[in-house]
Design a protein around this ligand. Sequence first.
Ligand SMILES: Cc1cc2nc3c(=O)[nH]c(=O)nc-3n(C[C@H](O)[C@H](O)[C@H](O)COP(=O)(O)OP(=O)(O)OC[C@H]3O[C@@H](n4cnc5c(N)ncnc54)[C@H](O)[C@@H]3O)c2cc1C
Length: 447
Amino acid sequence: MDLPERTPVLFDTACVLGGSIAGLLAARVLADHARTVRIIERDEVNVEGRPRAGVPQDRQGHGLLPGGLAQIERWLPGFTREAQHLGGVLVGPDQQVVYLDDHRQVRSGNARILMGSRPFLESRIRTRVLALPNVSTLSAQATGLEYRNDAVSAVRYVADGVEHVMSVDFVVDAMGRASKLSEWVEQAGYDRPRLQRLRTGIDYATALFERSDKPDDLDLACALAQFSPPSSPDGLAVGAVNAIEGDQWLVMLMAYGDHQSSRSIEAFRSTCAKMPPIFGEAVSGPVSREILTYHQADSRRRDFAGLSRFPARLVSVGDAVASFNPVYGQGISSAALHASCLSEYLVGDPAFGMRAAEFFALQEVVVDAAWTISAGGDAARLDAIEGAEVPEDVQRQRWAMDQLIRATLVDETVAHAFSTVAFMLAHPFSLGDPALIEQAVAANQRA
Ligand SMILES: Cc1cc2nc3c(=O)[nH]c(=O)nc-3n(C[C@H](O)[C@H](O)[C@H](O)COP(=O)(O)OP(=O)(O)OC[C@H]3O[C@@H](n4cnc5c(N)ncnc54)[C@H](O)[C@@H]3O)c2cc1C
């Protein structure tokens, strides 16, 4: 993927609210189009990659899917090699495995996943973006916007207890899933984006263990195990083990509803012993960080594309637009794709006197794709628990998805098509190909 050939300078000052991963990647794109890019971040950010209050999920495991890694590499060339040099683990196809109820998915394709703790990945992105001469961070809390001629004209923020106003030409909201932008625009008389929520009720528990040797039997660096109820050890829905920087294993156990993932190291080890061998081996070494937990009640998306009255020169990216069930690992990749949508919008000579409809239309494609995968799986799980009546067309779609998932255990073509979508390298529409579904059904019958 190439960088845009033409990058006109469109703004004097562009401002990004929120300096986490989505905000940093948006700042990278804006750096091509603004003389100055200011990132307003309320946390004191650090390049060492320490956890911080504004991103409570950063103690849990984060993998960077191939779709997002390709986008980040596009905007920050050499990113992968630098991350590897500093201890990040680039996991090739031979070192990754997905288990469905203890059965291994067929290996497919050659996509690579970058593994590192969330603070590590964020700090690598921050170091690169803040090295750009026209990008800087302001340690402050954004508190509101000002408008002129139906366009954003200034940002209000508080720094050291004092309120300030900064004149701006373009604003990106990257304040995460709890972003206050909807309230701000509504108070100013604009449409409030509709918020859609889908219950997930997922409970994460993550611990770190020293990684002295690779497991002998499976030269693996990354494994994901999904369980369905009768065969799930201790009520677990998903387990994951990732090799990360500092020669550590990051081990995550996830459960839904009333089941809580193991809360003591002893229980953690006992659950892992009931899982594929790499889990037991990863937790056998000394503990390098005790268990930390995280609960996410719902997936959320805000509909910016459907608004008619919205200020010009204002867009939203990352979790502020859509935050998914984290089990699918889509958040960083979505944020990276939003940055590419922003670039596409800015190089297209948009009319800045009107709301950024072209941007929101591009972004909606990305959000829909990710939402189809994560919310589709969650809705099916909830319907099964609640015994809900499911329309026939939805039943057919779920049957087809089930056939495809089961065929990933036996058929290389189906496994490749499926992982390409799960890795955010292809749109889920590609899984609707009737020939692929027929191949999956035939493979399952043979198996
Ligand atoms: C348990 C868990 C596991 C996950 N695992 C993965 C994974 O494996 N792979 C993956 O790709 N994604 C994963 N995600 C999703 C990922 O964390 C996010 O999608 C990603 O961090 C992008 O977030 P963001 O930058 O949009 O928002 P955030 O990371 O939430 O950052 C928002 C930023 O805005 C700042 N802020 C908020 N309000 C203000 C204000 N008023 N003024 C100034 N600053 C403000 C905050 O301090 C923060 O820095 C996971 C999420 C969870 C919860």
